[in-house]
Design a protein around this ligand. Sequence first.
Ligand code: ZN
Length: 340
Amino acid sequence: MLATPDRYAEMLDGASSGGYAFPAINVTSSQTLSAALRGFADAGSDGIVQATVGGARYLAGPSGDAATGARALAALTAELAADLPVAIALHTDHCPPEHVDGFLRPLLAASRERVAAGGRALFNSHMFDGSTLPLGENLARLAGLLEECRALDVVLEVECGVVGGEEDGIGGSEAGSERLYTTPDDLLRVAAALGTGERGRYLLAATFGNVHGLYAPGTVQLRPGILADGQAALARAHPGARFQYVFHGSSGSTPEELAAAVANGVVKVNLDTEAQYAFTRAAAGHMFSHYDGVLAVDGGTGDKRAFDPRAWGETAEAGMAARIAEACEVLGSAGRSVVG
Ligand SMILES: [Zn+2]
């Protein structure tokens, strides 16, 4: 089933108090969506499905309009997840300032219409990525968006600091390396500007050396202590409050690094690169082992059972689904569902 706002809140709070996290899977097509849904269902885990602006634009097909693609994703997921035994939350990933008017605004407007008609917002949460802005300007824009989202029972994901690497054309590589590490002071400024939940729920993508993409082990210096320092500073300033963090750029992290991040309050772990690879690796395996079936070689006709897109598509989806189920095990969300 699709997660209602209440169930999404339950998911996030359960993860925060229970010391586990949900994988958030980037999807770009009905095939990768199917893989994500299958992975969560196989693991008996609730989960989060998300699209970047670029992913939504690809999903939109010839229309080329990212907001159209996002609406299509929401509609498709509502149909495909309806009878799943786990709750699926829908999220939009990185939206930089230049895409707010063309992407976030139309989606919020569509959600407002639905809510006014007695329905639910299209998405459970949206991310605004103001990491390219000075923090003060980022927070001012976030405060406005938080108010809009709150009215729709939608959670806002905020970013302060810069995730290294590049994802879908959004890169922080030109940023100084010290910006890859959020300071407790930055985190307290977020709490001062956005509250600690009473002005609307938000998830916080604090940066602690995390990098988008896949790197050789040892390249990335994660400092999960930054997340712990942030929690301690928040608890001093606002007793009882706790940040719900998002871990961007988890691909390539060891289970120990993931566990340390989750122990310090990460409730959502974005998984993109490794899921992409799992999908394509399985498809490549099919192509290489059915070479003379997927291609019409030497005047042959190929083998419809091999080149039917469903044949390699199912293999690719199974490969990606297995990687997602594995992530649910590692993050501790496997077997945890608010459904039932
Ligand atoms: Zn990210």
